[in-house]
Write a protein that binds this ligand. Structure first.
Ligand code: 9MR
Length: 440
């Protein structure tokens, strides 16, 4: 009896161990499948762990720190490693969903022409703009020394993938070599007090600008149709409402006229020339820009349109004020383009940081506003010829480093390249929310 029950016990123990082993294997396999599906559908519900610690605004490509698209509020971070970025192939392409309205673009760095980021861009956008490498200091760091390599790489990538390009930017007060503003003896033009020498300095500056513009436009005129000729020349707080840059202090508004004329002469009638600025929804700034453009047009300066950067946040400005500005410039016979769209989660003067705990409601509020904005853009497609985002996914955006280093999430894809609620608000509002669990 005792012997039988001992054997029975042994058999039961072996059976139990086998059952537990099978159960463990089944659990392991099914969890693996779920994670695979999550990577395809962008459905991870786990708040991902790594806090966004960065030393500058320039993140490495594929930086997967910090966020899932739907982190639970105020929950402790899990110890699971962040999901690897992946490109969802089973969702609609942004560019296709907007094909009846306008091209949709993104700002890009040369390194993003390879790897997964390139795949994400190829799937969703049909227009590109260089985030930095076509700026004056990148292309002509010192007089007569032109560096084309990085800009060429973006142009080739766009052409290989059937995308159009915007050029940003021929003239700017920032990211421009100091050499432009030094006289023949190397002295800062700004320090000159002699009126005759000041006049000669102005001529020298405009000659350098003319050469800069012509060299670039001649190189890319067949590849790039839309050009930011000058960037951010209006500043309502400065005298005359014109930004008190070295360009302006040395030449008045002549640098603007020179740049547009040189671009037209070098590029011919088929390229389109834009004056680009931020805050163009602000009536004071908008009206000063309007006054300047009207005056320049009356002098025969060839301006085709206004670039509205549209760096906005989830709180403002109103969509109506953004559209009102476009309507106003259209009345002057000008085209409009949205050139640098992104939507910060913070008010402009707020320095706080959500870290790895971005509240769901903020991402939903962002989605609401993206939806509203694109609805209005589509309704005004007759006066708006392109919409360009300043980046594509939240791992790479100037807003992670400005005005302080922190976690921001201003774009349509998250740090794992998964479509955010904001993407669905633009592409298919019916799928907002349901995409977290619904298989295709
Ligand atoms: O996104 C750009 C960032 O990488 C640069 O460090 C920065 C330098 O000023 O410029 C950023 O792009 C700006 C654009 O050229 C003009 N409008 C504002 C953009 C964001 O600052």
């Amino acid at each position: 009896m005792a012997k039988i029950s001992k054997e029975k016990r042994k058999a039961i123990t072996i059976l139990l161990a086998a059952v537990m082993l099978v159960a463990a294997v089944v659990l392991f396999v099914s969890r693996g499948q779920e994670q695979g599906e999550e990577n395809i559908q962008g459905t991870t519900e786990t708040a991902l762990a790594t806090p966004a610690v960065r030393s500058s605004g320039q993140e490495a490509e594929g930086d997967s720190a910090a966020l899932s698209s739907e982190p639970p509020k105020n929950t402790p971070t899990s110890s699971a490693p962040p999901a690897e970025p992946s490109v969802q192939q089973d969702i609609p392409a942004l560019a296709e969903s907007l094909a009846d309205y306008f091209p949709i673009g993104a700002a890009i760095e040369p390194a993003q022409t390879g790897g997964l980021k390139a795949e994400l861009l190829k799937k969703h956008v049909n227009m590109l703009v260089a985030e930095n490498v076509m700026k004056p200091d990148a292309i002509q760091p010192s007089e007569g020394v032109f560096k084309w390599e990085h800009a060429d790489r973006i142009v080739s990538f766009a052409k290989e993938n059937g995308m159009t390009l915007r050029f940003h930017t021929l003239v700017w007060h920032s990211q421009v070599g100091a050499w432009f503003f030094k006289d023949a003896e190397g002295k800062p033009m700004m320090d000159e007090t002699d009126p005759d020498k000041r006049e000669r300095n102005k001529e020298l500056l405009l000659k350098r600008l003319d050469a800069h513009v012509r060299a670039i436009v001649e190189r890319y005129k067949d590849d790039i149709r839309d050009w930011d000729v000058v960037n951010e020349v209006i500043e309502p707080g400065d005298p005359d409402g014109m930004r008190a840059s070295e360009w302006y202090k040395i030449s008045g508004t002549d640098f603007i006229a020179t740049a547009f004329r040189a671009a037209r002469e070098a590029g011919g009638p088929n390229i389109r020339l834009y004056i680009n600025d931020y805050g163009t929804d602000n009536p004071v700034k908008r009206d000063r820009l309007y006054e300047l453009v009207k005056e320049l047009l009356e002098q025969g300066v060839p301006i085709d349109g206004v670039g509205h950067q549209t760096h906005i946040d989830v709180y403002g400005p109103t969509v109506a004020s953004i559209i009102a500005s476009m309507v106003k410039f259209a009345e002057l016979g000008l085209d409009n383009q949205v050139t640098e769209l992104d939507m910060s989660l913070y008010r402009w003067n707020d320095r706080s940081d959500y870290g790895d705990q971005i509240p769901d409601n903020m991402l939903e509020q962002q989605a609401d506003r993206y939806g509203e904005l694109f609805h209005a853009f589509k309704a005004h497609k007759d006066i708006l010829s392109a919409v360009v985002l300043w980046g594509i996914s939240d791992d790479h955006t100037w807003l992670n480093g400005f005005p302080v280093t922190r976690t921001n999430a201003p774009l349509l894809f998250d740090r794992q390249y998964q479509a955010k609620s904001a993407f669905w608000a633009v592409v298919d509002p019916a799928r907002r929310g349901s995409v977290q669990t619904t298989a295709p």
